[in-house]
Design a protein around this ligand. Structure first.
Ligand code: CO
Length: 211
């Protein structure tokens, strides 16, 4: 019942640790943030962005949702993306999925889950796009892992299809878009995929800018 209290206690210990190392730790970071990275990851409790990348407060701008989706009608994600690119001027945008992702597992099933069906439907679209490759994989676990990877790759392409990313590519030759997969069993990140500002995408997704 009172298990939440351990979080408050841990917070006090964390503040003490930080101040022991640097007296001005909080004063130094309280005024402003200049993170170089936008992290878009899964909400899964086992994939804490800062812990697995060894980053400190101020280094990562973070957005997390189930199965790290880029959905072009999601104003939450789009607001985070626009702010990160246009105001914070991040140099890298990282989409980090993870093997063993429950969102991907459920999308691969025919379970009816209520509202979340609508969210997972986007992953079913990724499956359909890569159906031939995925159905050529007999082992269930290997197929799941491959869909995790393909999902990350598709989300990175979806980032590239936004006007925010394309405009920043056009004007400032940034950010670099990354697709990573974290392995729950080993703790390592698989650096899978990257799109640079000179990427030529399918013409239908390309915007022309006057400035
Ligand atoms: Co997940």
């Amino acid at each position: 019942m009172d298990e939440y209290k351990k979080l408050i206690l841990a917070n006090k210990a964390w503040v003490k640790d930080k101040l022991d190392v640097r007296e001005d730790f909080f004063l130094r970071i309280a005024d402003d943030q200049t993170p170089a990275f936008l992290w878009i990851g899964c909400s899964d409790s086992r994939v804490p962005a800062e812990d697995i990348t060894g980053t400190e407060p101020g280094e990562l701008f973070v957005h997390r949702n189930i199965a790290n989706q880029i959905i072009h009608t999601d104003f939450n994600m789009l607001s985070v993306l626009q702010y990160a690119i246009e105001v914070l001027k991040v140099k890298h945008v990282i989409v980090c999925g993870h093997y063993g992702c429950g969102g991907i597992k459920n999308a691969l099933s025919n379970k009816h889950l209520g509202l979340i069906n609508k969210w997972l439907r986007n992953i079913k679209d990724v499956y359909r796009l890569h159906k031939r490759e995925l159905e050529g994989i007999n082992d269930q676990n290997t197929r799941h892992r491959r869909l995790v990877e393909l999902n990350v790759e598709e989300q990175v392409w979806k980032l590239a299809e936004t006007s925010f990313v394309q405009h920043a590519w056009h004007k400032e030759q940034r950010p670099i878009l990354h697709g990573w997969v974290y392995d729950l069993h080993t703790g390592y990140i698989n650096d899978l995929f990257m799109l640079t500002p000179d990427t030529r995408m399918d013409d239908i997704y390309r915007f022309e800018f006057d400035d």
